[in-house]
Design a protein around this ligand. Sequence first.
Ligand code: SF4
Ligand code: SF4
Length: 358
Amino acid sequence: MISLSEFGKIFLIAPYNLVLYIIIVTPVCNLRCRYCGGSLHGMPEKISYDMNDLANFIEKDKEAVVAFYGGEPLLKAEKVKELIDILPAKKFVLQTNGFFIEKLGEYIHKFDSILLSIDGRKEITDFYRCPGCYEKVMKALKYLVDNDFDGEIIARMAVSYKTDIYEDVMHLLKYFPLVHWQLDAVWSNLWGLKEFKKWAEKNYKPGIKKLIDIWIENMGKGKILGIVPFLGIASRILHGGVTPPCGAGKDAIAITTDGKILACPIAPDFQWNVLGDFRGYEKIEIGEPCKSCDVYGVCGGRCLFAYKEKLWGEEGFREICEITKFTISEIKKHMNLLNKYKMELRYPPYNNTTEIIP
Ligand code: SF4
Ligand code: SF4
C-alpha cells in the first residue's frame, strides 16, 4: 500500500516483508573502542516510544527477525526482556560486547543468534577495545556454552591496522563455531586510505588467501569451517541474496530509541538514512555503479553507508571494491567443490546481522 505523508513524500505502509528489524535499545555503550568512538548520537538514552506501537508495526511482517543493538543493548537488559515478551518475531538476534550477558538469565534461550564482539587474539582485542575485554568475552562465551545455549554463537570482529587477519580469525575459530568480521574502513578513526592500502597488500590479501586455502582444504574433507564471509559469499554465488547483503534500507531497517526508522543503524545523524517512522517510511537502495558491476550479484553493493558516504573518496571506494572482487574471485576458483556442497552452503539462514561482505 502507498500513502502520502504530511510532507508530501511517498511512504510505504504495511504489508511489510522486511525480515530484519534492528532495535537500538540504547545508543549508550559502556566501552569506547578505538575504532568506534563510543556511544551513538542523535537519540534519547532510552526507548521513549510506546512499545505497543513497535509491536503493532512488526506484527504486519510474519517473517520478522528482531535484533537488539546499541550502544550496548544489555545496559538495558530488562527492556530487552520486556521487548522479547511482547514482540511477535520469528527469530531474535543479539549483538553485544558480552559484559552483561548474565543479566539475561533464562532469556538467553529466547535468542536464535548471539554475536559477541571480539577482535581476535587477546592482545588485539584488548588493544582495540579495553584491557581485560578479551577475558570478559570469553567468560560470556563460557556462560552461553555452560547454560546449553543452542542458537548460533558468532564472534564478531572489527578488523583494523593491528589485525593479522589470518592469525586472528584462526585464533577465534578455536573457540567460536562462527567468525565474522567487518573492515574498519571508510569511517575509521584509526587510519586513512594510504595505510589501509599498504596493510591490504601486505597482510589482508595474503591472509585471506591462506584462510580460503584452509577453508577449502577442510571442505574437501567434509568439514565446513564457520568463516562467515566465505560462507556468505559462497552462498551468494550459488543461490543469490538480497542487496546490499546486510539488507539496509530495503530488507532491514533500524529503529532509534525515539521511533525513527533508519536504513542503517550506525548513522542516525545522516539525513538520507532517516526513512520515516512507525506510520510509514521510504525504502532506499543501491544504484550505480554497483548495479552495472560484474560482481553485483555477489557483492550486492557491499554496504549502503559506504556507498552513500564515500568518506575515502572515489579512490577509497574503488580500493575496497578491489578487495571484495579479490575475495570473490579467490573463492570462485573452487566452484567444483562449492557445487558439491551447494545445499550446505546457504548462509545466513535468516538475516542475523552478519553483513557478509567485509
Ligand atoms: S565491488 Fe564495488 S562497485 Fe561492485 S557491487 Fe561491490 S561495492 Fe559496488
Ligand atoms: S554493512 Fe553498511 S549499510 Fe549495512 S548495516 Fe553495516 S554499516 Fe550499515
